[in-house]
Design a protein around this ligand. Structure first.
Ligand SMILES: [Zn+2]
Length: 165
């Protein structure tokens, strides 16, 4: 019996991964993945191409509807990380995280790169948002990047009501 589909059809908000079809599917949505890896214990990892120069590495567990999402310019760990920068009145921009002077990719990315837990049902909205944001000519730092829950709270497009400002 094939156990490849890590989704029992009951868990609302969970994600099904279909490695043979390189596809992620949730409640009412489906996304193409560049590749899908099935990990142990019901876990999986998928690389999703959002737009030119922006990939999302999405990691899921078999039990939770919460995902871990990281943004990269290309191949995870080998390309620059991507951050979402809050430019204040100018709005949000996506920007590359430069390689730290020490040469450690993770060092420069820590606390700067878009790297956050996300409810599975919010993945399509995050992907849609990242597809629309302009690239910014700005160096992401810990003080200007949008962090954690803020990003999940953003509307998927410009039609939203962010913060009522
Ligand atoms: Zn460093």
């Amino acid at each position: 019996m094939c156990r490849c589909v890590l989704y029992d059809g009951q868990m609302t908000g969970a994600v099904a991964v279909v490695p043979g079809e390189r596809r992620l599917a949730g409640d009412g949505w489906s996304m193409h993945a560049e590749r899908v890896e099935v990990l142990g214990a019901g876990g999986w990892r998928a690389l999703i191409g959002i737009r030119r120069g922006l990939m999302l590495l999405v990691t899921g567990t078999g039990r939770a509807a919460e995902l871990e999402v990281e943004a990269w310019a290309g191949e995870p760990g080998q390309s620059d990380g991507v951050a979402v920068v809050d430019m204040g009145n100018a709005g949000l921009r996506i920007a590359l995280v430069p390689l730290c002077g020490c040469g450690e990719r993770g060092c420069g990315n820590a606390g700067v790169q878009l790297d956050k837990p996300l409810a599975a049902r919010e993945l399509p909205a995050l992907a849609a948002l990242l597809r629309e944001l302009p690239w910014g000519d700005v160096i992401p730092t810990r003080s200007n990047v949008l962090r954690g829950g803020d990003l999940a709270a953003l509307p998927p497009s410009s039609t939203g009501t962010r913060g009522g400002r």
